[in-house]
Ligand binder design. Structure first.
Ligand code: MOS
Length: 708
């Protein structure tokens, strides 16, 4: 087929395809799916953190208007205990299977009625009694149950002689850094509308990967995967919490089967907090030793995170210690602490985000101890090859991010001593951090059909959770086929479209683009044939090199300026600048939006977000947006984000992932700026007013700054 010469779509800034649908309210989300004869489920969650259900008295509820019934462990459909997630078998999927309560917020019953209001009213009439058992939600690194974390992501680092290098160091920073439980907080609450037809399960669900959700459901209900049909056309954010098969989906599927009708389950905001996903708290011990010239001698990182005995999980906080800096000795000891909490899940740059807060705070402390520019400290310790793996880097534009970021931010000429800038009664400071996030591709399949009218239909089981995936993939397909984007029709977000990786791990777009590019190649070879429509389908499983000989990451340098009010403890971020190296950028408009969003999440982590658990009940007490603070518009300053020229040599399109690299690194840059403003370290997130007041006010008294 001949085509007009077209402008390359990849690399040009274009608004998102579905923007109009979204702003006019025409885009349908999982809870908007119209179904005839639809019934509604209302979840009842456990109020104790550990124990057993003694009784669920449904007698009053069953007599209430519109009630179809109540599902609980005594008669819910049986689920296959083999079902799991990325890390193996996952007991959090096995809802309503027994009387055991493993955490507060565990769904223990589903009331089904004609309307959501009737279901909710009946749920309030259900009486649950428990045999409580002692719970443990007391998270700390030295918890007696602490054990080595799974090494499914790779072995721990153990190079050189850490103790000898620390002993020989001119200075050693030896500190603990802590981050709290956090919640993903997507705007759209988890919802699913499910129905059965001829023993096939159909659903519209809010998730980050309909194919992987269909796989989990097929295992849970012991059926052929092809008989599970999951769609997730529009998703109002995920941030990790929709990466797995959620409770709304499992319970809606169970209830739809039991009552023989379509059933919708929509979580309340509180249930999203208590029953879906969290980032585990971390307690990280770090020792970093350096010579007087700033050359690192040793990094010892021992981060602990909490998990649940229900499922294995890895919050890989030690990844950056193996990647970012050269040092003769590096040791990591990732530690897991099982507690009676909601099982954690990936969230907004899992591992790297809390991990880089610790490492990049410690690096700032090294610079402080040496009286060195923190930017210069980073530049002096750049590795030539992977510091632990010894493997070469594919593309490593870390220094470019640091230098260009410093130039644009105006870092030169900064007085590196703390508490040297004031405006009126405000203390002003600047800080920076750098980080990496691992990149790569996972298997996906794509089909492209050349239609009789000269258009192309591109089908891939991708999801667009607000990132602009549809728009990016349209551009990739157009270039791969050598046609304009107006001739591309993209179909995504349906498990029937074939195996595909999730919108997750900053690997969605790279994985899907790879499959689309390969499918386009296969199709172009067949276009000489006169038959239309003609379809080419490619599965990249066999094309991916799982043991690349190189380290592949994205990089960032983030700079922040803050003001601190010593009278109130209030920290305001005044401006932030991030420079990113993410390989080739498909769409600068959407890519910038991704990393700006990521930086806002990092700001939110630094200053606001904190899931608080009551030790007495084991229950999260601030499970709503009034109590769990997330940065709002008024908290978000002037943010600038841009990309250094980059091209990933190991990717057919030169791509690496982006999204999560925007979040990781930002909290440390802000915490380091707070130190620069005040002269006191904030090693516990979030940097709350009371924490600032406690340290800064005592500093003010001691230092006689002359402000009240
Ligand atoms: Mo994610 S935290 O990449 O789902």
């Amino acid at each position: 087929m001949s085509s007009e010469p077209t402008t390359a779509a990849v690399g040009s800034a274009r608004p998102r395809i579905e923007g109009r649908l979204k702003v006019t309210g025409a885009a349908r989300y999982a809870a908007d799916e119209p179904r005839p004869d639809l019934a509604h489920g209302w979840i009842i969650t456990a109020t104790v953190a550990r124990g057993r259900i003694r009784d669920i008295d449904v007698s009053a509820a069953l007599g209430m208007p519109g009630v179809l019934g109540v599902l609980d462990h005594r008669h819910a459909p049986r689920l296959n205990p083999q079902a799991g997630n990325y890390f193996g078998p996952d007991g959090s999927l096995l809802l309503l299977q027994d009387e055991v309560v493993p955490y507060a917020g565990r769904p223990i019953a589903l009331v089904v009625a004609e309307t959501p209001e009737q279901a909710r009213a009946a749920a309030e009439a259900v009486r649950v009694t428990y045999r409580p058992e002692p719970h443990d939600v007391d998270f700390r690194l030295d918890h007696p149950a602490a054990r080595p974390a799974s090494t499914a992501f790779g072995p721990e680092a153990d190079t050189g002689d850490v103790e000898a290098e620390l002993a020989a160091s001119a200075i050693v920073v030896d500190q603990r850094y802590r981050t709290p439980e956090e919640n993903c907080g997507a705007m759209e609450p988890h919802a699913a509308t499910a129905w059965w037809e001829d023993d096939h399960l159909h659903a519209v669900d809010s998730n980050q990967g309909p194919f992987s959700v269909s796989q989990v459901l097929a295992t849970l209900f012991e059926m052929d995967r092809d008989w599970v049909h999951i769609r997730a056309e529009h998703v109002g954010g995920g941030f990790g919490a929709k990466g797995m098969c959620g409770p709304q989906m499992i319970l809606a599927a169970m209830a739809a089967r039991r009552f023989g009708r379509p059933v919708r389950v929509t979580l309340t905001r509180e249930q999203v907090f208590l029953s879906t996903a969290l980032r585990p708290p971390t307690d990280q011990w770090l020792r970093v030793g350096a010579d007087t010239d700033g050359r690192l001698r040793a990094i010892h990182h021992r981060p602990a995170f909490a998990l649940s005995p229900l499922a294995e999980y890895i919050e890989w906080c030690s990844e950056q210690a193996m990647t970012l800096y050269a040092a003769p000795a590096i040791r990591t000891e990732l530690t897991a602490v099982p507690l009676d909490i909601l099982p954690p899940s990936p969230m907004r740059g899992p591992g790297a985000t809390p991990g880089s807060f610790a490492l990049e705070s410690a690096m700032d402390e090294v610079a402080e101890r040496l009286g060195l520019d923190p930017l210069e400290l980073r530049l002096r310790n750049q590795p030539a090859v992977g510091p632990v793996s010894g493997r070469p880097f594919s593309s490593r534009r870390s220094v470019a991010c640091l230098r260009e970021g410093a130039r644009r931010f105006g870092w030169a000429g900064r007085d590196h001593r703390p508490r040297t800038r004031r405006e009126g009664h405000l203390l002003i400071g600047t800080g920076m951090a750098t980080t990496s996030f691992s990149a790569g591709v996972f298997p996906s399949s794509a089909s492209i059909t050349a239609e009789a009218d000269g258009t192309f239909t591109v089908a891939i089981g991708a999801t667009d959770i607000g990132t602009g995936a549809r728009t990016a993939l349209t551009a990739v397909a157009a270039d791969a086929l050598g046609v304009g984007t107006e001739r591309i029709r993209i179909r995504i977000a349906d498990s029937d479209l074939g195996m595909a990786w999730n919108a997750g791990g900053s690997r969605g777009t790279t994985s899907w683009s790879f499959a689309i590019t390969e499918a386009a190649k296969a199709l172009l070879e067949r276009l000489e044939e006169p038959v239309r429509p003609v379809t080419a389908t490619v599965d990249t499983s066999a094309l991916i090199d799982y043991r690349p000989e190189k380290e592949r990451h994205t990089y960032s340098a983030v700079f922040a300026e803050v003001s601190v009010d010593p009278a109130t403890g209030e920290v305001r971020v005044r401006r932030m600048l991030g420079m990113f190296a993410v390989g080739r950028v498909i769409n600068p408009l959407l890519a910038r939006s991704q990393v700006v969003g990521g930086m806002i999440m990092g700001l939110s982590m630094a200053l606001h977000e904190e899931g608080l658990r009551d030790p007495a009940t084991g229950r999260q007490v601030n499970a709503d947006f009034a109590g769990y603070h997330i940065a709002a518009h008024a908290d978000v300053p002037d943010i600038e984000a841009d990309f250094v020229p980059d091209y990933e040599p190991d990717d057919p399109l030169g791509l690496n992932g982006l999204g999560e690299i925007g979040t990781a690194g930002t909290a440390a840059a802000i915490a380091n700026a707070v130190w620069h403003a005040t002269g006191t370290r904030q090693r516990i997130l979030p940097i709350r007013l009371d924490r600032v007041l406690e340290t800064v006010t005592s500093g003010v008294r001691a230092g006689g700054l002359g402000v009240a």
